[in-house]
Ligand binder design. Structure first.
Ligand SMILES: C[S@@+](CC[C@H](N)C(=O)[O-])C[C@H]1O[C@@H](n2cnc3c(N)ncnc32)[C@H](O)[C@@H]1O
Length: 313
């Protein structure tokens, strides 16, 4: 396995353009993967610049260790980016020039049947991004009550047929493989809608197994505290639940999207949006890399402790 086949980076030029503003700065790539974005961050840094690459997946860390062997500006860290405040050296607080999160799973993770992320392959119902956690997709589909499954599919998959699918799962379980789960779901969904429903249910399970939304929220809050003034937060999302959290946090400093005003009526937010509109891949990039099709990039800069919201959306 090499970085060339591991994962093709998405919105590469755009991400680097918004992220790297100081060649001597300290940067964090919270989703190292195959190191595609990290390699380009390093290209933009001087000898004094520094990069911390975080991933919770041992395969990603192995590939990155090979790719960046002998590169002493890089430190690789095993862990969840939601805990970057704990994982990074204490001295990094308030000093970071940029943090990048390129969310979700890598092509390598999707393509390996034994990781259980894809309904296109048959494999164990695992879906853990890192071996550090216990909860697997099998625990959820075989153990949750009807209401818990239905709510999870509604909330994390935005699937309208959640009640019907939850009932089929209860009827057909226990499951060991993604193939068995796929058959159960397909048995209650008309053929022409099956792929979309399967994608939504697998997304919901993956989000739950990896606590993806709570880790993203924690990373946005803790990461903002780690940035220096004018330091950049760049996030690439792949579905609307993630994008909404970033959009709201970058604009309002909270996840509900509620403006918080100071005494004078100015918005109080820790970040100022840098991307006036969400950035999406060009048709050329999507044709070349279909996994880029749902990508959305947003960037924000850390404000001085007070200031006005520039009103970007
Ligand atoms: C889309 S890939 C990143 C690809 C990378 N930008 C590249 O160019 O190769 C996402 C990676 O982030 C990791 N990841 C996702 N969520 C994470 C989290 N909460 N903490 C640490 N790593 C995470 C996954 O294991 C995966 O390797």
């Amino acid at each position: 396995m090499t970085h060339v086949t591991y994962h093709k980076p998405v919105l590469l030029n755009e991400a680097i353009r918004f992220l790297v503003t100081d060649p001597h700065g300290i940067y964090v790539d919270g989703t190292l993967g195959g190191g595609g974005h990290s390699a380009r961050i390093l290209k933009g840094l001087s000898e004094k610049g520094r990069l911390y690459g975080i991933d919770q997946d041992d395969d990603a860390l192995r590939v990155a260790a090979e790719r960046f062997a002998g590169e002493d500006r890089v430190s690789l860290i095993r862990g969840n980016f939601g805990y970057m405040d704990v994982l990074l050296p204490k001295g990094a607080a308030g000093k970071l020039s940029g943090i990048l999160l390129d969310l979700g799973v890598s092509s390598h993770q999707i393509n390996e049947p034994e990781r259980g992320f894809s309904f296109q392959n048959d494999g164990p119902l695992d879906m853990r991004m890192g071996a550090m956690q216990d909860l697997t997709a099998a625990t959820i589909v075989n153990g949750y009550e009807y209401e818990e499954l239905r709510n999870l599919f509604f909330e994390f998959g935005e699937e309208r047929e959640s009640p019907r699918i939850a009932r089929a799962i209860i009827r057909d379980r226990p499951f060991e493989t993604t193939g068995q789960l796929r058959e159960s779901i397909a048995s209650v969904i008309p053929e022409r809608f099956q792929n979309k429903s399967l994608a939504r249910i697998f997304q919901a399970l993956r989000i739950a197994v990896n606590s993806e939304l709570s880790m993203l929220k924690r990373a946005l809050e803790k990461g903002t505290d780690l940035l220096r003034e004018e330091g950049r937060f760049v996030v690439i999302t792949y579905h609307s639940l993630e994008d909404r959290l970033c959009k709201n946090y970058f604009r309002y400093g909270n996840f509900e999207g509620k403006p918080v005003k100071d005494f004078y009526g100015n918005d109080i937010t820790p970040l100022q949006a840098v991307t006036k509109k969400v950035v999406t891949p060009s048709p050329g990039e999507v044709a070349d890399n279909p996994r880029a099709r749902s990508a959305k990039l947003r960037a924000a800069a850390r404000r001085a402790s007070t200031g006005n919201n520039g009103g970007a959306s």
